[in-house]
Design a protein. Structure first.
Length: 158
């Protein structure tokens, strides 16, 4: 995976979180010596969102974030009370994934247009405190937002 795509991905996710939610992301690596407890919690549900893209690159972008973090972002973004937000949380997270993907390709390739699929989200649980498996192919970037983990993965098709 080329460095230009990685830089565009970091810029895109950081920009969307900062401008839309006023949340600043910190890059995270497990060996960073961070004294805080691990950010993956097996006891809480997670959202896995995905969107496909096609242009000069073709593939999928996936976003993983804890449901409680997505809920907090939705409450802050929409200015709603905490009652019955599950549908709005999923809708906000799919739109967040769409914004990140659109921002990514406007940064990466300003000439070529990209077609995006409709983003999809599902609630998942992890079996261990380590979170999702590292991306075997493609790009996997981990961030902390309010001491909670976010993972962005980009998998390219040949």
């Amino acid at each position: 995976m080329d460095n230009e795509l990685q830089e565009a991905a970091v810029g895109a996710i950081s920009h969307v979180f900062e401008t839309m939610f006023f949340v600043f992301l910190e890059p995270y690596t497990p060996d960073s010596g961070d004294p805080r407890p691990g950010p993956w919690s097996p006891d809480e549900p997670w959202l896995k969102c995905s969107i496909g893209f096609q242009g000069s690159l073709r593939g999928n972008l996936r976003l993983f974030l804890s449901f409680p973090l997505a809920r907090d972002l939705t409450i802050n973004f929409l200015g709603l009370e905490e009652e019955a937000l599950d549908k709005q949380v999923i809708d906000m997270t799919t739109e967040l994934t769409n914004m990140i993907c659109g921002n990514l390709f406007s940064r990466y390739d300003r000439v070529q247009g990209y077609a995006l699929t409709i983003p999809e989200a599902e609630i998942i649980r992890f079996g261990e405190s380590t979170g999702p498996e590292p991306a075997s192919e493609g790009l996997g970037l981990d961030f902390l937002a309010e001491d909670r983990m976010i993972r962005l993965e980009i998998q390219l098709e040949e």
